[in-house]
Design a protein around this ligand. Sequence first.
Ligand code: PFF
Length: 503
Amino acid sequence: MAKKKIGFASGIGFILAAAGSAVGLGNLWSFPYKTAKNGGAAFVFVYIACVLLIGFVTMLSEIHLGKRAHANPITSYKKINKNVGWCGLVAIAIPFFITCYYAVLGGYTVKYTLNSFSGNAGILGTFSVNVGEVTLYTGIFLLLAIIVIMSGVKEGIEKMSKILMPALFVILLAIVAYSLCLGEGVKEGLSFYLNPDFKSLGIQGVLSAMGQAFFSLSLGMGIMITYGSYTGKETNIVRSTAMICLFDTLVAFLAGLAIFPAVAHFDPTMLESSKGVALIFAILPEVFDSMGVLGSIVSFLFFAMVTIAAITSVMSLIEVVTQFFIQKFHAPRKRSALVAAALCFAVSVPIGISLGKVGILEESGLNLFGLDWLTFFDEVTNTVLMPVCALFSCLAIGWFIGPKNAIKEMEEHSDKKKINSVLAAVYSVMVKFITPALILIVEVFGVKSEIDGGNAPVVIAAYGLIAVCVILYFIFFRNAETGTNNDEIAVDGGRTLESFNEV
Ligand code: PFF
């Protein structure tokens, strides 16, 4: 059997890496404030329904698309039908653009971690407009991620995820335990976070829960296709998908338990404003500040945890682009990762500048159609493109490959042959009809809210990007080789396609 260098070495390695991608700023930052804002337990309830009805089905489909092809997203789609390979190009373009802004926020988390002992209260206004510092920390953050990616899927991504994910979970549990034992204010904090209020949920809250589920589970882009392509027979993708969804949701839920009781205990005046994006970079530092000496330690642990979460997420984003460069251009992994990260870094510089001046200080400066660059990129990718891409993967399984064939393939590609027949029947109906319909609703309402909010350029840019991908695909990729994991082996040495299926 060939040397096993490319691809995950174990099922648990894959689960932890995929969970590392899923658990990120979306869990530790957006989920808690969106829950508090949109009706507490009512939001959690809808969110869990979204994870089950949309998240699970889409994730399983994406992982399978990668696993059956053992290739990058373009080739994975091409193997279904040569004329739909452009969906894969869209699925590579999205993580590229997300990395560009995610890295800026990742840079913020590195800064806040290192600065914990000097105090982060009130630094947002000065730090965010210090172009040199923001650029430096963005660069450090990207560097940390690509050092891991350069070492490969097994030696880098898998090994690091096996260390970092348990570390993150232990830190989170420690902060939750600390928060819940604070006594005074804990009850108020919990009720602020979780008190069910269906009135504040509304249709907007439901849509927010749906969008949050996509982003949090890293769906609707190439990530799960790429990670899925690196799995072998040892990985039972149905069970893995269930575990990734469960872990991601659990971490998001726990993050709220860590945050709100502490806010209510130390600085109840901050509760109301912690319902917004200011939560982790403006509100929490004030709360840590009012904790006294212990505050620096809790702040350090908290931001270290957020940094870990963000690094394992950005690793997965850059890996999609890196995998494509390796397989298509036969460039070595190290060079591919460097080029991918350098391109993202170049775009992240104006994003960082614009975020500070326009996004945070709300002054005039670098903007795109009145929005700061980060918000613009975020809305193009999250609101418009991710649902489209998720829809592609469900349609690919539901209508092109066919759910029956897909289930047969899943069974053939796994050591644990049989998939529960009820589950198989439910998945078949979901992936063909229900999940695509729900995703379509997310897309339509997302586009409508952008247009109603005066952000039509966001929609035009997003659909324009899809059009560009289609054109580029038909000119450059449709009739050319786009590579598989076997090409990666030819470049870097490692596990052959046959061995993916044998093991
Ligand atoms: N899922 C990550 C989070 O919740 O922060 C963010 C993310 C990572 C989104 C990777 C998309 C992605 F492909």
